[in-house]
Structure formats: C-alpha cells, structure tokens
Design a protein around this ligand. Structure first.
Ligand code: UD1
Ligand code: CA
Length: 477
C-alpha cells in the first residue's frame, strides 16, 4: 500500500438553514434510506482515514450535534453563529484549521457540503489523487450536468484553467449556459486555505461570504487551481453522485436512486424483485438467493432474509431475521425471528421479541409480542399473544388471546405442546396450560390447566322454545 504523506483534515459544512426544504428539522438531518444526509457524507469521508473531521453547525446545530453523537460519529463540532454563507462557515472553523496547521505544516483539508449525500468515497480518493499530483494550492471537484440551474458555474480561462466560480444569482446569461458546475467539494493545502480565507468579501447578489470566491482569489493572485471533473451521468433517470439536495423533490430523487441501486445489487445476486420502484431495501439488509419480494415491501435496519422466502405485497420488516422458505404477506414485523417454512399474514403484526419456529403459522389480524410460537403451531386468526411460550403443534382458535397485563405489571403464559385452545378463549396470566390440554371455546381461564385435561368456563345456555322473531309478535304473546 502507498504511504499517505500529508495528514488530512475534513471539514463538513452543515450550518445552512436549508430553507428550500420547508422543514423544522435541519436539512442535513433529513434521511436518505434511514441515514441522515450528513451521516452519509461523514461516512464517505471517513474512508479516507482523516486525522479529524470537523462539522460546521449553526441552524438547528444542537439537533445536528445530538444526532451525530447518537450515531457514534467521532467529529469536532464547530459553531457558525450567523449563517452568512459557505465562506463564512469555513472562516468560523479558522481556529480548528489553524490548530491542524500547527500540528502539521503540510496538512491538507477536504471541504464537503453535508447536502451531497450520494458522494462516494472513491470520488473523494480520486480528488485527493489529482490534488497530490497537480500540487496546486487547491483542487475543485466539478461535474458536467444537463441542467446547471442553481449551481455555481466553473469559469475557465482561454487555456482551459479554472479561473473562478460564478453563483447562479451573479451569473451573466452567457455564464448561465455553462454546464460544468461546482460540486461544493474542494481539496486544499491547509496553509493556502488559511491564507486565502481572510481575503473573502461579501460583495455579491446574496451579500454572503461565498467559499467559491476563494478560487477567484487564488487565480487573481497568480496561483493555479486544479480541477477534477465528473462526467455527465448518462444513465437514464439517474442522478449525479454529487447532486446537492436542497428540496424535498431532490431528496426524493436521491432516495429513489439509492434504493434502486440496492435493488439492482440484490437482483444481480439472485433475488426476484417484482417492482423495484416500490420496494425499499436498506443498505444493511441481507437477502438469500431465490427469495422473492413483491410490490410494497420495505426491509429495514439489520434485517436478514434467507433463501426461497416470499415477502409481500405491502410488508414492513425491521431488524428481523427471516429464515428460508418463509411466506410473509401484508404484515408488519419488528425485532422478530421467523424460522424455516413459517407462514405469516396476511395482516399480522409481530412486535419485538417474537420468535416463530419452523412451520408455524400466524394468520390474519394476529398480534404477537415477546413470545415464542413453537414448531407447527397455528395462531391463525384474530389473536393477541403477549409474553407467552407456546409449545409445538398447538392450535389457537380464532379470537383467543393472552391477558398478560393487569394495568400494573405484565405476566407470562405457557402453553404445552399439542394443546388445543378454543375460539375466543381468554388465558389470564400468569398461567400454565399443560401438554395436550383442551380449553373449550369462550372460556376465561384463570387457573392452571393440567396436561391432557379439558377446561371449560362457560355459563349455562338458556333455551326458550318457539321464540318469536319480531317484537310485535313477542308483545302479543
Ligand atoms: C453551493 C455552492 C455552489 C455549488 C453547490 C453545490 C457556494 C456559495 N455555492 O451552493 O457553487 O454549485 O453548493 O451543491 O458555496 N452553509 C453553511 N453556512 C452558511 C451557508 C451554507 O454551513 O452560512 C453550508 C450548507 O449547510 C451547505 C453548504 O454550505 O451544506 C452549501 O450551502 P447551500 O446553501 O446549499 O449552497 P448552494 O446554493 O447549494
Ligand atoms: Ca446545496
């Protein structure tokens, strides 16, 4: 492996108001495939093994700080008190940059915006390579786009060298036609950066300190600026990885791009996905070969799916382990473990701590929480099973439930293998039903049921012969 010479410091700009999102949540915390945009940018930069990562926060800064902490991201938080532009954001980080420079005179700084969440670490590495090869004070990462609207345009001199960046609001009609734009990603020699920042002025349409003006400043003082241009992305309906996210619509496009990429990867590995546009697989999910995902399937968190399993339509699974040959239809499943050949749904709700053993069946309108359903047991319709251990080959009738909560505490139910729980039974916990027991329909069971016994709790049926159906007939009688 090549030795990395200059120590790298990464600065992520995340203080902007993000007004175009029209949100109370800071823009950079809006998630893309479960992960906030800013976390994606930090993750991409982490792959370059920087000495430190600094994050400039301002608008909603405490929320951003809290989130980064809760995600366990080890970054230095730098406050920009007033949001006076991207240049001002970097100026706010002045003491942090200077400290880095004192530690190492050849330090380099990668500047990124927190609102380009699709950026790949490979691109950042390529940018570093160009910067280290060219040996100019700064290297700007640019891209070719069809529609440059909103981006800073890259201005080049007659010999093709970058001479500046012009923001949309300040651009002349000719400059607006330029399709090479600024991605907002720059590689700097720390020394040059700290020398250039104090020269920034805010004499522009927005009265802001533009970071982009540092490039003009370098050029006008006779220094060269290197560039690394990402080609036009010609794939149909596909975004550039350095697309900035400023609106909910751009967020939608980026998220779609991300999910499609993941879906394509799984299809390539032998998973059938009927409708990739309506199937959302998070990046941390794993799926076995020959499994099928039907439209409206959402697989989130650390979910792991086995082989020959069919999921969907309209199913949401989070942090669950689904084994082989399982069928799950139109259900919501959280923190559960579903073993081979189990059948779930339609319309089941499996909450954390549910374990469904091999060949068991959970039917429609059934909720299960912190319970284990043994091999080949059936809870087929309209049941609630909470804090219970069910053995093997049990049949739970329609509407039977565990009463696990008395308003103060939760209690456990245990049902032995081979038992038959009739329809509409209430099993009042704490309760043990022995093996091979039968509980008659409609019973409210409060005492333990011995093995191989029948328990029945039911009032006498009253029968009145020849009872008239209509009220007036009843009155005549
Ligand atoms: C910026 C660039 C533009 C580039 C585009 C790429 C400037 C002046 N323009 O425009 O050339 O094509 O990104 O996506 O830099 N920020 C702060 N503090 C502030 C203002 C902004 O930290 O006071 C941060 C924002 O949180 C954001 C980044 O700087 O992460 C860029 O700001 P934004 O307002 O999104 O700039 P754009 O108009 O997109
Ligand atoms: Ca932006």
């Amino acid at each position: 492996m090549k030795q990395q010479t200059a120590p790298l410091y990464v600065l992520v700009l995340a203080a902007g108001a993000g007004t175009r999102m029209k949100s109370k949540i800071p823009k950079v915390l809006h998630a893309l495939g479960e992960k906030p945009m800013i976390a994606r940018v930090i993750n991409a930069a982490t792959a370059l093994k920087p000495k430190r990562i600094g994050v400039v926060v301002g608008h909603g800064g405490s929320l951003v700080e809290e989130k980064l902490q809760s995600l366990g991201l080890d970054v230095d938080i730098i406050w920009q008190k007033q949001q006076r532009g991207s240049g001002d954001a970097v100026i706010s980080a002045g003491p942090w940059l200077k400290r880095a420079l004192t530690q190492n005179h050849s330090a380099q700084c990668l500047i990124l915006c927190a609102d380009t969440p699709l950026v790949r670490s490979q691109t950042l590495k390529d940018l570093r390579r160009v910067h280290c090869k060219e040996k100019f004070p700064a290297t700007v990462c640019t891209m070719q786009v069809d529609d440059p609207y909103g981006y800073g345009r890259i201005l080049r001199d007659s010999s093709g060298r970058v001479r500046g960046i012009r923001e949309e609001k300040d651009a002349t009609p000719e400059e607006k036609r330029i399709t090479e734009v600024n991605t907002g990603i720059y590689y700097w020699n720390m020394q040059s950066l700290t020398q250039t920042l104090p020269l920034l002025k805010n004499n522009n349409a927005k009265k802001e300190y533009y970071l982009t003006d540092t490039i003009d400043l370098l050029h006008s003082s006779g220094q060269r600026v290197a560039s690394h241009c990402l080609p036009l992305n010609r794939a149909q309906n596909s975004l550039n990885e350095t697309q900035g996210i400023n609106t909910r619509e751009e967020l939608y496009w980026a998220e779609k791009e991300l999910y499609l990429k993941v879906a394509r990867r799984w299809m390539a590995q032998g998973v059938t996905i009927f409708s990739p546009e309506t199937t959302f697989i998070s990046e941390g999910v794993q799926i076995g070969q020959d499994s099928t995902l039907l439209p409206g399937t959402v697989l989130r968190g650390k979910t792991k799916v086995g082989s020959f399993t069919v999921i969907g339509p309209n199913t949401w699974i989070e942090n669950s382990r689904i084994h082989d040959q399982v069928t799950i239809r139109a259900s919501f499943i959280y923190g559960s473990n579903i073993h081979n050949s189990a059948q779930i749904g339609p319309y089941a709700h499996l909450r954390p701590g549910t374990v469904v053993m091999e060949g068991a069946r959970i039917g429609n309108f059934t909720e299960i929480k912190s319970s284990r359903i043994g091999k080949k047991s059936k809870v087929s319709h309209l049941s609630y099973i909470g804090d219970a251990i069910l053995g093997e080959s049990i049949n739970v009738g329609a509407g039977a439930i565990t009463c696990n909560f008395d308003g103060l505490a939760k209690y456990k139910t245990s049902v032995g293998s081979g038992s038959f729980i009739g329809s509409n039974v209430n099993l009042v916990a704490p309760l043990t039903v022995g093996k091979g027991a039968v509980v008659g329909a409609g019973s409210t069971i409060t005492k333990n049921v011995p093995a191989n016994s029948l328990s029945l709790e039911r009032s006498q049926q009253i029968v009145k012969q020849n009872w008239p159906l209509h009220r007036q007939d009843r009155k005549k009688k």
